[in-house]
Ligand binder design. Structure first.
Ligand code: SF4
Ligand code: SF4
Length: 357
């Protein structure tokens, strides 16, 4: 019986499995977004929220996560302001060390949006616009410059004592709320930039991920050390080129034995179109350990569910900012118009103690 079920699962197309996983994570992001919106709305009304803030929102604070990482290196402590942001970033890095940039093509909601915009491209244009090789190289380096700037500023330029100051600053404490406000009260300039990026993503497939996303750049660098890679069996390959044409990252797979490219997202589109059996597979360390599509999804679930559970149990998932402190910080940042009396000044003393550690 189990053998029959495994065969059935094995027969499911990798792209169907991947889409289910993407939509599952999109569902989680939407739930987090709604909960966090309601939490913030109550604060803006001067109320102590009667709902909890979803810690997962910190996944959208990558710069804060980088500063938290430096703080961890300097002190050995996971900070109490945005711990889940750091935990999430470390889990993404770990998944990349195992399965290339699988986070991009299996989990990231922006990548999912990018895929649908690419579908629009295929529907509109008979022949998709392809950037010539050298301009493509130059454009691809933009995301590395952006990522390099942040890494240089935080890890090389930022003095050690400024790290703690930044982490416990009112700006960083409510940076999640500021990020939400960026989208809900988007400025005209930001809206124009967003619309331009969306239009460019329709005209040029994968525009955001390929050229601009600094998160993808960091993962691209880490992915050079990834154990999992797409490997081609030179003996059975007929060099038909179907994999090359299917690859959304425009990698010439058919002239490689192992795909080392920083652009590979382990999406498995190439292996799903390969007509030759056991010729193009994602495998770990050597050709022998093949990772099937269902295994990719299970490994990713295990990494994130396991990592988050561990962080929860060890007290590194929820931050230590009380709801009253959120109100105070929002007032200090001019985000609440009303004058509110907040009696529990104990919260301030607690924050002071946290900073002294
Ligand atoms: S699709 Fe398969 S057989 Fe065709 S070139 Fe790629 S690896 Fe070789
Ligand atoms: S090489 Fe294969 S797995 Fe990697 S991005 Fe291209 S199609 Fe996806």
């Amino acid at each position: 019986m189990p053998g029959f079920i495994f065969k059935k699962i094995d027969a499911i197309d990798s792209q169907v499995i991947r889409r289910v996983v993407q939509l599952f994570f999109l569902g989680i992001v939407i739930i987090i977004g709604i909960k966090f919106y309601n939490f913030t709305a109550q604060l803006e009304n001067g109320k102590i929220p009667d709902i909890e803030r979803p810690p997962g929102v910190e996944a959208f604070l990558p710069i804060s996560a980088l500063v938290s990482l430096k703080y961890l290196f300097l002190t050995g402590i996971i900070n109490e302001i945005h711990p889940s942001g750091l935990v999430f970033f470390l889990l993404v890095c770990f998944s990349t060390l195992l399965l290339k940039k699988s986070f991009c093509s299996w989990i990231c909601p922006f990548s999912l949006l990018s895929e649908y915009l690419s579908k629009l491209n295929s529907a509109i244009f008979a022949k998709p616009l392809k950037i010539p090789v050298y301009p493509d190289y130059i454009l691809r380096s933009i995301k590395y410059f952006i990522a390099g700037f942040f890494v240089w500023s935080i890890f090389l330029k930022m003095p050690g004592d400024a790290v703690a100051q930044f982490i416990y600053s009112p700006y960083n404490v409510i940076s999640d709320i500021k990020m939400l406000k960026f989208f809900t009260t988007i400025s005209v300039t930001a809206l124009i930039v967003t619309v331009i990026i969306i239009l460019l993503s329709v005209v040029i497939k994968n525009f955001w991920c390929r050229y601009l996303c600094p998160y993808g750049a960091v993962l691209g660098f880490i992915s050079f050390f990834s154990a999992g890679k797409i490997r081609r069996n030179l003996d059975s390959c007929t060099e038909c080129g179907k994999c090359d044409r299917a690859c959304p990252s425009l990698i010439n797979i058919s002239d490689k034995k192992v795909v080392n490219s920083d652009e590979c997202t382990a999406c498995l589109k190439c292996s799903s179109v390969c007509p030759e059996q056991n010729t193009l597979k994602l495998s770990i360390i050597s050709k022998a350990v093949i990772v099937k599509p269902i295994a990719v999804s299970l490994i990713l679930f295990a990494i994130f569910a396991g990592g988050i559970t561990l962080a929860n149990v060890s007290g590194h998932w929820h931050n230590k900012i009380t709801k009253k402190q959120y109100l105070m910080y929002m007032m200090s940042q001019g985000m609440i118009d009303k004058e509110i009396v907040i009696p529990a000044m104990r919260d301030n003393r607690r924050m002071g103690r946290m900073m002294e550690r």
